[in-house]
Design a protein around this ligand. Structure first.
Ligand SMILES: CC(=O)SCCNC(=O)CCNC(=O)[C@H](O)C(C)(C)COP(=O)(O)OP(=O)(O)OC[C@H]1O[C@@H](n2cnc3c(N)ncnc32)[C@H](O)[C@@H]1OP(=O)(O)O
Ligand SMILES: N[C@@H](CCO)C(=O)O
Length: 401
């Protein structure tokens, strides 16, 4: 069967993988197939065929997104929020009805909140390569099977290019603000460098200008944990019986990642040397409470994330270098015209504040005259998801003018 674009197959408003398989006369997929049914609050938009930086292409890409607030008549109040590595479009709202987690920025977005939905039209898309509705490795290819390891290598620039097409289709020429933390901050920065005329305000939170060797190294052991899981099968695990897949490898990758999401002081203060369930971990079969905490988060993660998608988005983070093919970071940052705030977290050991200081110094529209705002938090990198008041204050300053 010839592959067709969204426009000439099914309504571009909503296409599930099950519908794609059904169009091809295939039964619904079984096994470790991460499908975004039911759609919950999500909407879907086909953005047509897409060519990646690598030169590889997909015949069809679908973006999943959620919105809050009303778009005004001249489309001048649209705010793009970029989610972090394993986030999704569900920034506000409850878990359930197709959403594996409750909203990750509930304290920041809403009526009267820092990103006030009485004033702004807030748009949160799921990233290209993700697994919560936007096309990614678990999505159906033209043959009805998951793209799996055939999914193209994806860069942060690819993600932003896909979002630019998406914005065109939404009718948004210029964002009133583009805001993101962590990998979302990489996307936000890339937007402001790639499309300076389309970004009026910019907030980069807990993200670097370039992913360093140290950060690539941390990522590489995580990817290896997944690839060495015997159930990974080179990324072809979607048809495994009983939903089997590289869950152990993925959970181990998540455990490793979590260590850089939190701070040593927090873990030490919170767990000290306590035992889980009062069973001695020193030779009596027990575990330290912190080990149980990591196990919990590792296992929980496998219930909401696809391993190939994790590889894809981690590799996208590795690709991040805002100065690549642009004469270096400083030259690239000179392109940004947006009114900007750059925020770091003092205990962030994943993306330390030195990176935010480089960004802050290079952007002429920085409202803090070349400085990054460094917030104090015991939570490390994940502070951008937890410190609503402190992060909200900075976004309020940005959006005030
Ligand atoms: C946009 C995005 O970035 S992705 C979407 C949100 N992010 C995530 O889900 C990432 C994973 N989660 C997290 O990193 C964190 O939960 C955050 C950042 C969202 C919130 O942080 P916190 O409120 O400090 O939660 P914390 O890390 O303490 O986790 C709490 C959970 O750990 C469990 N837990 C705590 N101690 C232990 C222990 N000793 N053994 C087992 N489980 C434990 C709690 O029971 C609780 O479970 P629950 O999630 O079912 O309620
Ligand atoms: N907890 C965040 C950390 C990465 O920024 C996530 O999982 O996306």
């Amino acid at each position: 069967m010839e592959w067709q674009t969204a426009e000439d197959t099914v309504p571009s408003s909503f296409i599930t993988d099950a519908q794609i398989r059904s169009l091809l006369g295939k039964p619904p997929a079984t096994g470790a197939w991460r499908e975004s049914d039911p759609p919950g609050n999500r909407r879907f938009m086909g953005i047509g065929p897409f060519t990646f930086e690598s030169g590889q292409s997909l015949p069809f890409v679908r973006m999943a997104y959620e919105t809050w607030g009303e778009l005004n008549a001249d489309a001048s109040n649209a705010v793009l929020i970029e989610h972090a590595l394993t986030g999704d479009s569900h920034a506000v709202g409850e878990a359930g009805d197709g959403h594996p987690t409750s909203g990750w920025w509930q304290g920041i977005i809403g009526p009267g909140k820092a990103i006030d939905t009485d004033r702004w039209f807030v748009v949160v898309p799921n990233m290209l390569g993700g697994c919560q509705g936007t096309t990614g490795p678990a999505s159906a290819a033209p043959d009805g099977e998951a793209w799996g390891p055939r999914f193209p290598f994806t860069t942060i620039r690819d993600q932003v290019t896909a979002q630019a097409v998406f914005a065109d289709k939404l009718g948004i020429e210029r964002w009133a603000a583009v805001i993101g933390g962590s990998m979302g901050g990489m996307n936000a920065l890339e937007w402001a460098v790639s499309y300076p005329d389309r970004v009026e305000r910019l907030a980069v939170i807990a993200a670097p200008p370039v992913t360093t060797a140290d950060q690539v190294a941390l990522n590489s052991v995580q990817l290896e944990a997944i690839r060495t899981d015997p159930l990974f099968h080179g990324g072809d695990y979607y048809d495994a019986a009983d939903g089997e897949g590289p869950h152990r490898g993925l959970a181990l990758a998540r455990r490793m990642a979590l260590l850089n999401y939190r701070s040593p002081d927090e873990l030490n203060a919170r767990f000290a040397r306590s035992w889980q369930s009062d069973i001695n971990p020193l030779g009596a079969g027990g575990r330290f409470a912190v080990e149980s905490y990591l196990d919990f988060h590792g296992n929980k993660f496998t219930r909401r994330f696809d391993a190939n998608s994790y590889i894809t988005v981690v590799q996208a983070m590795n690709s991040h270098d805002v100065g690549r093919d642009r004469g270096g970071v400083a030259t690239a940052l000179e392109r940004v015209t947006a009114r900007t705030v750059v925020v770091g977290i003092d205990t962030d050991r994943l993306f330390p504040v030195e990176g935010q200081r480089v960004i802050a110094a290079g952007i002429r529209g920085n409202i803090d005259a070349g400085h990054a705002v460094v917030i104090r938090s015991e939570y490390g990198h994940d502070g951008f998801l937890i410190e609503d008041e402190l992060i909200g204050e900075q976004l309020t300053r940005l959006l005030a003018e």
